[in-house]
Design a protein. Structure first.
Length: 135
């Protein structure tokens, strides 16, 4: 028996949610958990324009996330620490940890993977704070 699987292109088949939140064209955000029918995890694609800082910090109460920079680079603020990131760097962020990303001069493309899958409770799981990263 062949196991069931789902194949989708993150850039072509998954809707960009950034325009609905007013973040386009500086941010592209494609959340693939539901379209890919993921049962135990989540995955998203994010493209950030050059020198653009995400306008909010966020944290998850129980979900761990891994961010992989697939092109470009930038900086990430995790709690009170700011780290430099370049292509192919991977950053694990544990639950209950605030984070925010700022692209460098080349912009950045990131794949974010989260587990466990929070399903319908994902909105209660997420906490966001506009302007969290202040210089």
């Amino acid at each position: 028996m062949v196991p069931a699987y789902t194949v989708l292109n993150l850039k072509e088949d998954i809707e960009d949610q950034a325009p609905s939140f007013g973040f386009s064209p500086n941010l592209e955000a494609r959340f693939a958990r539901v379209p890919l029918e993921l049962e135990k995890s989540g995955v998203s694609y994010e493209r950030t324009a050059p020198n653009f800082r995400i306008p909010f910090g966020h944290m998850h109460k129980t979900q761990e996330e891994v961010y992989v920079v697939v092109s470009g680079g930038g900086r990430m603020k995790i709690e009170d620490e700011i780290i430099e990131l370049k292509r192919w760097d991977a950053v694990r962020v544990p639950p209950e940890t605030w984070r925010c990303f700022e692209a460098g001069p080349e912009g950045a493309e990131i794949i974010a993977i989260g587990a466990p899958n929070m399903g319908d409770s994902s909105r209660e799981e997420l906490e966001m704070q506009p302007g969290w990263w202040q210089d």
